[in-house]
Design a protein around this ligand. Structure first.
Ligand SMILES: Cc1cn([C@H]2C[C@H](O)[C@@H](COP(=O)(O)OP(=O)(O)OP(=O)(O)O)O2)c(=O)[nH]c1=O
Length: 200
């Protein structure tokens, strides 16, 4: 099988991909993540996923490279990772009591080209008090996460409703990633081990 490289520094993406039962190595991509002027959020997120995959593929063209990007969108505005505690507090105050979109794009670069797609999930937060926001920011959890929260962590208690893909919000949509890998010739389930006693 063609070796898989995950072009990401995100520990969440590594965990999610490992959970699919595939062997892979990690090589983070270093790209400029500045949005272009009036670039629509979906186009921005998918462009970054492709750029991450292609940056690593440029050095490993015999392999299959998976790139991904996640952004939180509120009122058509992209909320990336907060730069400091004040920005994290501001993001969480804006998300409080509202529904926002989380767009995660994935891209697979392989010999045959680069295929990509976007997954949109709607997340509704309950109202958050100022004290709760301050306590959450003080934990440090928001700092390396789009929108300033982690649904898989302490931030999970803010989420009232989710429509779409939970794994996409965490950083890697499992079903769609398996489909894109399959298109590139990597059938995920063929790599699953089976126990001898379950064969009868
Ligand atoms: C909304 C949300 C985001 N996140 C994380 C997923 C991503 O790691 C991060 C979004 O930033 P990204 O720029 O997509 O990813 P990254 O910088 O962490 O890693 P890389 O670019 O190398 O792939 O936010 C959560 O962990 N939980 C959440 O609930």
């Amino acid at each position: 099988m063609t070796a898989i490289i995950l072009a990401s520094a995100s520990p969440r993406r590594s965990e999610l991909l490992a959970g699919m039962g595939l062997p892979f190595t990690v090589q983070p991509a270093h790209i400029d993540e500045t949005p272009r002027e009036s670039e629509p959020p979906g186009a921005y997120v998918e462009r970054l996923a492709r750029e991450k995959a292609l940056a690593v593929f440029a050095e490993h063209s015999q392999q299959l490279v998976l790139g991904s990007d996640t952004s939180v969108i509120l009122d058509q505005t992209i909320l990336g990772k907060p730069g400091d505690a004040a920005e994290a507090r501001d993001m969480l105050a804006r998300l409080s009591g509202r529904t926002h979109q989380v767009i995660t794009a994935i891209a697979v670069a392989a010999e045959g080209g680069c295929q990509s797609m976007q997954v949109l999930t709607e997340v509704t937060f309950r109202s958050l008090s100022e004290e709760e926001i301050a306590a959450y920011v003080a934990t440090g959890e928001p700092m390396d996460k789009a929108g300033g929260y982690g649904i898989q962590g302490l931030g999970g208690i803010f989420v009232k409703q989710l429509k779409g893909s939970y794994s996409a919000v965490v950083g890697l949509p499992l079903q769609e990633t398996a489909a894109l890998l399959a298109d590139a010739g990597c059938i995920v389930w063929k790599h699953w081990p089976s126990r001898p006693e379950s064969q009868s």
